[in-house]
Design a protein around this ligand. Structure first.
Ligand code: ATP
Length: 462
């Protein structure tokens, strides 16, 4: 088992076509990343797997795709305009800029929960403990300032206060403002959830660690509405559901931990929050936040919009605001945890001819290509292989490769995670059979051509 470093992973992903630096030919734009031909497939597969489990297979839930730009009042109601900010601090000597809460957490090795601390408490902690600037070692910090993380822009031709709009910093609010619409049009009864996948934007002070923290990212969020008093039961249900889902994607359970928020760390409206954390090369980091948010969001929107958002309970004939459990995860962080779990370098070959193969043990469902179609000899088997490729690619994503020798082509597919390689040879021409090589075991099976689609499709279930 190879523990790949972040730098090694980034360079490998760039080499094979998963992720490139953003705007590269112009010198790049810091902390922006573009997903290449393999990356876009993997990302889409992750989103589809989430949608499958959280919408299609969860009979209580339905989906939504709301606009990124929303009425400014949405963000007034939620408190984002007033307080969606991080504590910004500068080193006076080297001018490096930090999040004060992260400095405290790093200095205390995670033993101090800085999330719930006020700016004064953070500042005093840094001074009392003589915390040094991680860049230059000085202990001369500016006072802490609040830095709002929302990107502001203007809608329409006038650039004045009235036309100000924000890029959403989370997809969740699109769900809350549509609560009544979904309730009315689906005739759902509690409990039920609304799920959404989409881009979010945060002007992070310290983006970094590749796609772990960026200013533009994608979230997969579920707002699960339930009767007050049942929320902790549902919280535990979704907490476990999320954990199991990660494991089913191939994320190693020994690299996951559930971190429950203490009373001091809990947001004032939450009665339970757990972060599922993954052990990245730089330490444990938040992958998935699951929060029981009471009726805070619906109540804020009801108060501010003056629209009644109450639910009429048909069993008791009473009206109330439902409570909400929110599992919220970033697509890119999930992608990273999947890749760190899947990557390996293995010794292969014989005693006298040892070799190392790079291999991505992605579950077939997530693999960018499910099948590689490889003619043994291009001139002889190429036409038949093309025909097979055309047919199979109607069912799942395939790649065709007729360059280099077959061994090299197998290696190429191993390192991008293609689980099955179909070799087209003389037997195919005479008997209509193909051999399928399994990426993980490197064993081969022979199948009739007309069995291939259902054989592969079976492997894609998870
Ligand atoms: P952090 O403490 O790491 O900043 P957060 O607690 O602010 O995260 P949430 O607001 O709970 O994050 O967002 C839900 C999820 O969205 C996170 O668990 C993470 O997977 C993802 N996410 C949040 N911010 C970013 C970001 N800047 N880049 C990539 N993914 C992000």
């Amino acid at each position: 088992m190879k523990n790949i470093t972040l730098e090694e992973l980034v360079s490998y992903l760039k080499d094979v076509g998963f992720v490139y630096q953003g705007s590269e030919i112009y010198g790049g734009l810091s902390n922006t990343w573009d997903f290449g031909p393999l990356g876009v497939e993997l990302k889409n597969n992750i989103k589809q797997a989430w949608w499958q489990k959280f919408v299609r297979e969860s009979k209580e839930n339905v989906g939504l795709d709301s606009a990124i730009l929303m009425n400014k009042e949405v963000w007034v109601a939620t408190g984002h305009i007033a307080s969606f900010s991080d504590p910004l601090i500068d080193c006076r000597r080297c001018k490096a800029r930090f999040r004060a809460d992260k400095l405290v957490e790093d200095f205390s090795n995670g033993t101090v929960e800085a999330d719930g601390m006020s700016n004064d408490e953070l500042y005093n902690y840094l001074v009392d403990n003589k915390v040094k600037c991680p860049t230059c070692g000085a202990t001369d910090f500016t006072p802490i300032r609040k830095f709002n993380l929302m990107f502001k822009t203007f809608q329409g031709v006038l650039e004045d206060a009235k036309s100000e709009v924000y890029l959403r910093p989370e997809t969740a609010q699109g769900i809350f403002v549509n609560f009544k619409n979904v309730l009315r049009t689906t005739r759902k009864k509690l409990p039920f959830g609304i799920a959404q996948v989409g881009k979010s934007f945060r002007n992070e002070i310290t983006p970094g660690n590749f796609v772990f923290r960026t200013r533009e990212f994608e979230q997969m969020e579920l707002e699960f509405f339930c009767k007050p008093g049942t929320e902790l039961e549902w919280f535990n249900y979704w907490r476990k559901y999320c954990f199991d889902f990660l494991v089913s994607l191939g994320v190693k359970p020994e690299n996951l931990r559930m971190r429950d928020h203490s009373q001091e760390e809990l947001a004032f409206y939450s009665n339970a929050t757990t972060d599922i954390e993954f052990l990245f090369p730089w330490g444990f980091g938040e992958l998935w936040g699951i929060a029981s948010r009471t009726d805070y969001d619906l109540k804020s929107h009801q108060n501010h919009s003056k629209e009644n958002l109450e639910y009429l309970d048909p069993e008791t004939n009473t009206k109330y605001l439902p409570y909400v459990v929110e599992p919220s995860v970033g697509v890119e962080r999930m992608l990273l945890s999947v890749l760190f779990s899947a990557y390996d370098e293995e010794e292969v070959g014989t005693e006298d001819k040892k070799d190392v193969r790079k291999v991505l043990h992605l579950i077939p469902r997530l693999a960018p290509y499910k099948v590689a179609v490889l003619p043994l000899i291009k001139k002889v088997h190429g036409d038949k292989a093309q025909e097979i490729y055309t047919e199979l690619s109607k069912h799942f994503s395939c790649v065709y490769d007729d360059t280099a020798n077959i061994g090299k082509r197998y290696r190429r597919e191993d390192q991008i995670g293609t689980p099955y390689c179909i070799c087209v040879d003389d037997e195919t021409l005479t008997n209509n059979t193909v051999t399928i090589r399994d990426r993980d075991t490197m064993q081969q099976v022979t199948l009739k051509l007309d069995e291939v689609v259902s054989w592969v499709e079976n492997k894609l279930l998870f």
